[in-house]
Ligand binder design. Structure first.
Ligand code: TRP
Length: 447
């Protein structure tokens, strides 16, 4: 175990796991998914998904990781060595490649927008110009490829340095800073003219808007945001010490992540509504169109703009690190590769997979609207790997922990480090509620 690396402390684990969870999922993906899916109606489905589906799965993943001390494939194999469970672990590893590929494209945008804000390109901007600015930016093929490569290389660099040296060190200071700047943006956004309409859309649920599509989007968002369903939390749990409480760590991670997503909604919705944009039209660029105008209207916006995009890039980095860590841990543990070699080879492959996503926002028109699905490539990839694959992965983890490994054994592992008084509730959720709901939602969507 010692050569795999360990977190230095429980706080280190919480920060690293929260660093994984908090990222573009909260600030970029959550607001525009909510916007496309009815606002308040989505918010309710999302919060319910977190509480009764995702949080139990989060505890299951961390526990499985800490017990087996392995990457996802190794973790399943250690308990039930059959092709089925090996395959499930392997889908997680594959999802890691794919999520990293499109996620890094958007992460590259945050770096690009950092540069734009430093160069004062938001000053005096109006909503139409801001939308135009994003369009031009996203349609520039070389710029997109440079930003994508830059971001993946940065991720490779940190992961190659290893767990506590790399990942943990960066998470400690930056998360609180991000939260601080978000609170300032929150105040400005809530005091804009027309903010009330955004808040109304966000908080006033229109239940007639809840469809299977809303529900699958909300559940997928819950898994994506908590980094579940592909083994990130199994891998991170495998570095958690036997002294540290799993249940309270999981509660902290889920609480922080949800808080930041909710705040992001309170920033983006008022900003977009006050700019007269209609939520149904929001695409992947929504956040990047809304915020320049907000910063321009904010006191000291020339300072807060760059700070925000820098912190968001870092939040994205602590997430991409955790995504790359899954396939890297797999090749280290199962194939005996060195950490550096694994990080560089896998990162480079993810970079290649990222190219179509990077070119799908205007650079190559065939990728901007794919036939049949009627979506751009990035959105399609996000849906397949970020929603469906994660939901299937989460279902399999729940079934595995509850029935193959057995929930009683998982509870015993959790109780090594904490009393876990909610064990009976968790057992009901992980055995009956989570898997059944995931299955029903997936089936009703697919049929
Ligand atoms: N949760 C992160 C975010 O919200 C992204 C992320 C990190 C992720 N690791 C993951 C998503 C594993 C799915 C699976 O930005």
């Amino acid at each position: 175990m010692s050569n795999r690396g360990n977190w230095n402390s429980k706080l280190g684990f919480i920060l690293a796991a929260a660093g994984s969870a908090v990222g573009l999922g909260n600030l970029w993906r959550f607001p525009y998914t909510a916007g496309n899916n009815g606002g308040g109606a989505f918010l309710i489905c999302y919060l319910l998904s977190i509480l009764i589906i995702a949080l139990p799965v989060l505890i299951a993943e961390i526990t499985l990781g800490r017990y087996t001390q392995k990457n996802p494939v190794g973790a399943y194999q250690a308990i039930r060595n059959t092709w089925l469970w090996k395959g499930v672990g392997f889908i997680g590893v594959a999802s890691g490649f794919m999520i990293l590929s499109f996620y890094s494209v958007v992460a590259g945008w945050t770096v690009g927008y950092f540069a734009k804000s430093v160069r004062g390109q938001f000053s005096g901007i109006n909503p139409a110009q801001s939308a135009e600015q994003f369009k031009t930016f996203a349609a520039d093929p070389w710029l997109q490829l440079v930003l994508l490569s830059f971001f993946i290389l940065l991720t490779i660099y940190v992961v190659a340095k290893g767990v506590s040296g790399g990942i943990e060190k960066y998470s400690k200071v930056l998360m609180p800073m991000l939260l601080g700047i978000l609170l300032l943006m929150l105040i400005r956004s809530l005091t804009l003219d027309g903010a009330a309409k955004g808040i109304e859309f966000y908080l006033n649920p229109d239940f007639s808007k809840i469809t299977t599509k809303t529900i699958i989007a909300a559940m997928g968002q819950a898994f994506f945001s908590l980094s579940l369903g592909m083994g990130t939390m199994i891998t991170y749990g495998s570095y958690l010490s036997k002294k540290d409480s799993i249940s309270s760590s999981a509660a902290w991670v889920a609480g922080l992540d949800t808080l930041i997503a909710i705040i992001a909604g309170f920033i983006i919705f008022p900003a977009l509504f006050s700019q007269g944009m209609s939520p149904a039209d929001w695409g992947p660029g929504a956040m990047f169109e809304a915020l320049p105008v907000l910063f321009d209207k904010m006191p000291l916006g020339m300072i807060f703009g760059p700070m925000f995009f820098l912190l968001l890039s870092i939040a994205a980095l602590t997430s991409t690190i955790s995504i790359l860590e899954v396939p890297v841990a797999f090749f280290i543990d199962q194939k005996g590769w060195g950490r550096r070699k694994a990080a560089y080879i896998i990162g480079s492959i993810a970079l290649l997979f990222g190219i179509p996503s990077a070119l799908s926002q205007g650079a190559v028109s065939g990728l901007a609207k794919l036939p049949i699905v009627n979506m751009d490539f990035l959105s399609l990839w996000d849906f397949i790997w970020g929603n469906l694959s994660l939901s299937i992965g989460a279902l399999m983890v729940a079934v595995f922990v509850a029935y193959i490994w057995k929930s009683s054994k998982a509870i015993a592992e959790i109780r090594v480090s904490s009393p876990f008084r909610l064990a009976p509730l968790w057992e009901v959720l992980i055995k009956y509620v989570s898997p059944v709901l995931i299955l029903i939602i997936l089936l009703s969507f697919l049929l």
